[in-house]
Ligand binder design. Sequence first.
Ligand code: GLA
Length: 392
Amino acid sequence: MRSLARVGLALLVVLLMAPLARAGDGLALTPPMGWNSWNKFGCNVSEKLIRDAADALVSSGMKDTGYEYVVIDDCWQVRRDAAGKIVADPERFPSGIKALADAIHAKGLKFGIYSDAGSMTCAKRPGSKGHETQDAKIYAEWGVDYLKYDWCSTDGQDTRDSYAKMSRALRASGRPIVFSICEWGNSKPWTWAQGIGHLWRATGDIQDCWDCGASWGGMGVVHIIDLMADLYAFSGPGHWNDPDMLEVGNHGLTLAENRAHFSFWALFAAPLMAGNDLQSMKPEIRDILTNREVIAVDQDPLGMQGRKVRDAGAHEVWVKPLADGSRAVILFNRGSEESPIAAPWEDIGLFPGGKALVRDLWKKADVGSFTGRFEAKVEPHGVVMVKITPQF
Ligand code: GLA
């Protein structure tokens, strides 16, 4: 009787675990990290640019801090041949995509590429509509590890079906390929894309500015932060909300804003795809992109997206629970004056009367032991980002 009960219990556990096992293919268990050509270079891509970026990823120390995928965005492709095979620009990529992928792999990095679910990409190059299986196969032959899949020229197409089609084609290719869905959050992909893609854009295109906006849907960093605020329940290992690639180091943000931008992407457990010119990056930008303590918040194995817990107009407190029982906390000052901002323990899920150790992740220093709350002065458009560990 007892062994029957045991078998029953084991069966129940297997049944309960089955959906989890199906959803996860072991890819992107922490948010993908890398570099993508679009934000800085747009259509001005070439094999030299991509190789130089890969070299700089290594020499800058970024590879050592976890940046892995080197992704060519739009404009590498020019046409299809008579057999329908996608053709890379022969002038800009004279050695071909396979040779480029091999060179990236030889540096210990991974290689990513871009296409579109419609007939044309956003820069009017050939899209993958009707060629999904053929494209996925060639990507696998080339050694592609990551596909960003856009949503231009898709009139009349069903979003979920179109992305599911490419997802199936990638799986059938036999190569593990991270699938990055890019339809700008239009159809709320967080409600349907888990198990289809590993990450999905949650917003319009990021712009190199703090709070600007563009009529076509481009948006500055703070607007993206606000759009991400309510999506924390939908992110986790293997399925991430993507607030778009980083603008850190692209000249439109002050140093404080760059730090705030990077801090929030880490708190969101966002993919960290650098989007700047790595070869000419200033030391203070490299210091932001390679801050191991902030990156550790992003890459925390629990994979929880942080959320806003206190909103007092220009002053906010955001928190992300970490696997070791501590909390990453951002004190955020949207205003134009330096101001003190406090995080009371009850807001961040700690015992109100308890003691906790506070470490400043930008100063890379312990601040001390505090009881009940932590308060710090925060610069305009800036953050103080701390790790708060309860002391028992
Ligand atoms: C869309 C995407 C961008 C970029 C461009 C390329 O706008 O959202 O990230 O890939 O297309 O044309």
